[in-house]
Design a protein around this ligand. Structure first.
Ligand SMILES: NC(=O)c1ccc[n+]([C@@H]2O[C@H](COP(=O)([O-])OP(=O)(O)OC[C@H]3O[C@@H](n4cnc5c(N)ncnc54)[C@H](O)[C@@H]3O)[C@@H](O)[C@H]2O)c1
Ligand SMILES: O=C(O)CC[C@@H](O)C(=O)O
Length: 633
């Protein structure tokens, strides 16, 4: 943890909407009016007055007077307010509690709010009453709040300026707050800098006048090289989301404090190369190609999230060698694909792709020709992974006889029969459905020769990856009538956005069901994916946990005890020994160490005691063969 510059500047921190997430008087009104029919109306009016005062629209003393006139609060409500405010301290202030405890003499809370509720809240952070400068209420004999002490300088217009003058602070003074009155301290020359604090509210008029904008208190500490709880402010972590994942994904990243940018549709390689600079987390679906060129331009990339199952669009080894962890959602849309496949089997067996368009054109073609039940038919599943095996169970439940072929040894479910070769499966199946992964070796897995092996009139489904089927060869057997129909959801060339047209030899062929890569596009699947992937990535960023990464050695780490060093290196002999030598030379106590390697990289996590010298970090960064190194405080 870096040592602070000496001497530390004085920090003048606002209370309402800065130290806490809310405005104290608004909350007090909410408490005092509980159960009253006019609660919403009065609280709304008080909030509006607060806002007008904070943005500089209404002079402060007028805003305060009008608010208190509307407020039917009593002394006993203040205790309830204090409890509520203790639970609403700003997240980044809570996170950096140790900073306040360590430097209480340098922090002043200067607020136009009221001492009665501010003092007990900030006391929990080690800030004494004599460093709280705020208004005070007046009460009548029955304990009802009647107004405020007009002798207090903070109750006047320009009150914060008057208060700062009285304080006569020497040396650097920095003002932090969300309101116009906080900026006025700087305008009056009583602070060297004004930081607009936007973690809770963002007021344009205030932000426009700030020396710096602070999305969190971490950012203030980071900019000023002051001790902080996080190793890096979360608001500096940029996320770029492509291809419209469910909005929940952006929401999850934003809640974590990251900056999120979204680009609808995909980006081609050139466009992504342009946009990847400065991005820490890239979120994509199946279209975006993360190539070696993209990785070369990615100067800050920590992780890639594939908001889908397939990861063949990502240079996984390239990512690994650059220390970029990749996460996907391996089963969030499995069920959706299975349901689509089952539906397609029935639709093709009943020749619906031909019948439905005719009906739309007014043609009534009632006939049983070429239509059959799926009960008792042989379903050949190629690729018996998550989707293939679940489809096996569902297909048996509707009376189909299941056969499967997989290059890996797989648990046979129900009565499914394993085929030793692809040919064995193709020759026997009435319906063949493809669920292999998108590895390059699967290009044209089903070509002219394989299609010729299929039974006359058989059906083919491809919901896996476009390059798995030789499309011109498929079109030929459909035209010739050798196959009875096909359902295709994935294509070698898919439009980048919904505005591009779709071109394929399969267009216009009989009994062919074409869908725009929507196997996993259901509300349930997209929502699951949008939570699953950000959760994995945030866990990796926050703890180093790589469980379920598709390209990193998987480590499920125990809870962090003190500081955690995360070291990714080329897998060559001796790196771990060098790391430990550095630690030993500096007498750093290792609390736990976890190492996993694969053929390219080593991933080592070292938990160490809180006490260590700064040079240790510099030396660890210099260990030969280091790819990435970071410290979690
Ligand atoms: N259409 C869509 O919207 C959609 C949605 C989700 C997944 N998918 C795709 O579905 C496919 C399967 O997904 P999953 O989750 O079941 O993957 P998985 O990794 O669980 O299963 C794939 C299986 O295919 C097997 N396999 C690979 N190559 C093979 C080959 N040549 N012959 C036989 N078996 C082979 C593997 O051993 C594995 O068991 C993937 O390509 C995925 O990208 C498409
Ligand atoms: O939604 C997508 O873009 C891809 C869906 C699917 O192909 C997957 O791999 O999960």
């Amino acid at each position: 943890m870096p040592e602070p510059a000496q001497p530390l500047p004085y920090l003048i921190i606002d209370f309402d909407s800065t130290f806490t997430q809310v405005e104290g008087l608004d909350e007090l009104a909410d408490i005092a009016l509980q159960g009253q029919p006019n609660r919403e109306e009065v609280v709304g009016a008080i909030r509006a007055l607060t806002d007008r005062g904070m943005s500089g629209e209404l002079n402060f003393s007028e805003s305060l007077k009008q608010r208190l006139e509307l407020l039917p609060a009593r002394r006993e409500h203040i205790a309830l307010l204090v409890e509520r405010l203790k639970g609403k301290v700003s997240e980044s202030i809570i996170r950096n509690r140790s900073f306040f405890e360590r430097f209480p003499g340098r922090v002043y809370i200067v607020s136009s709010g009221f001492r009665e509720f501010i003092e007990p809240v900030v006391a929990e952070f080690g800030i004494d009453a004599d460093h709280v400068l705020a208004n005070t209420f007046t009460f009548d004999a029955d304990g009802r709040i009647t107004g405020f002490d007009t002798n207090n300088v903070l109750s006047r217009d320009g009150g914060k300026i008057l208060q700062l003058r009285e304080l006569e602070l020497e040396g650097d003074v920095y003002a932090l707050g969300d309101g116009y009155t906080d900026y006025q301290i700087r305008e009056a020359g009583l602070a060297n800098r004004f930081y607009a604090f936007t973690e809770n509210v963002h007021r344009e008029a205030v932000v426009a006048r700030a020396d710096e904008v602070l999305p969190s208190f971490d950012e203030f500490l980071y900019q000023n090289k002051l001790p902080m709880t996080l190793s890096y402010p979360k608001n500096r972590i940029k996320v770029l989301l492509l291809e419209n994942p469910d909005p929940r994904a952006a929401e999850m990243f934003r809640q974590e404090g990251y900056q999120v940018d979204s680009v609808p549709g995909g980006l081609d390689e050139d466009e992504l190369v342009q946009q990847i600079e400065g991005v820490s987390i890239l979120g994509i679906r199946s279209k975006t190609q993360v190539t070696a060129r993209v990785l070369e331009a990615a100067n800050r990339l920590i992780a890639v999230g594939a908001f889908c199952i397939g990861t063949n669009q990502i240079d996984l080894t390239g990512c690994m060698k650059k220390g970029v962890a990749v996460f996907n959602a391996p089963f969030s849309n499995t069920r959706s694909v299975v349901e689509l496949a089952l539906g397609e089997i029935i639709m093709l067996a009943r020749r619906i792709p031909e019948k439905s368009p005719k009906m739309h054109e007014g043609e009534w073609d009632k006939s049983a020709k070429g239509a059959f039940e799926i009960r008792g038919k042989k379903l050949g599943i190629v690729g018996y992974g998550n989707i293939g095996s679940q489809l096996s169970v569902v297909a048996e439940a509707v009376g189909m006889q299941v056969m499967y072929y997989d290059v890996a040894e797989k648990l046979q479910l129900g009565n499914a029969v394993k085929c030793r070769t692809l040919e064995e499966l193709l020759r026997q199946s009435d319906i063949v459905t493809l669920h292999v992964d998108g590895r390059p070796a699967n290009t044209n897995l089903i070509g002219a020769a394989e299609l010729a092996m299929m039974k006359p009139g058989a059906l083919l489904l491809n919901n896996s990856r476009g390059h798995v089927v030789d499309v011109p060869a498929l079109a030929a057997v459909l035209r010739s009538g050798h196959l009875g129909g096909a359902a295709v959801d994935v294509f070698p060339h898919e439009p980048k956005t919904n505005h591009e047209s779709f071109e394929s030899e399969l267009r216009g062929l009989p009994n062919v069901l074409l869908t725009p890569h929507i196997g996993g596009s259901t509300a349930e699947a997209q929502r699951n994916i949008a939570e699953f992937v950000p959760e994995r990535i945030m866990q990796y960023v926050n703890t180093g946990n790589t469980q379920q990464s598709v390209n990193f050695p998987n480590i499920q780490l125990p809870e962090q005890q003190a500081h955690r060093l995360i070291h990714i290196h080329h897998n060559v002999p001796g790196v771990l020994a060098r790391i430990n030598n550095v630690l030993a030379q500096h007498h750093v106590n290792i609390l736990g160490q976890y190492l996993k390697t694969n053929e390219h990289i080593g991933y080592v996590i070292t938990d160490i005691d809180k006490q260590y010298e700064q040079e240790v970090i510099g030396e660890l960064r210099k260990v030969e063969h280091t790819i990435k190194f970071r410290v979690l405080y």
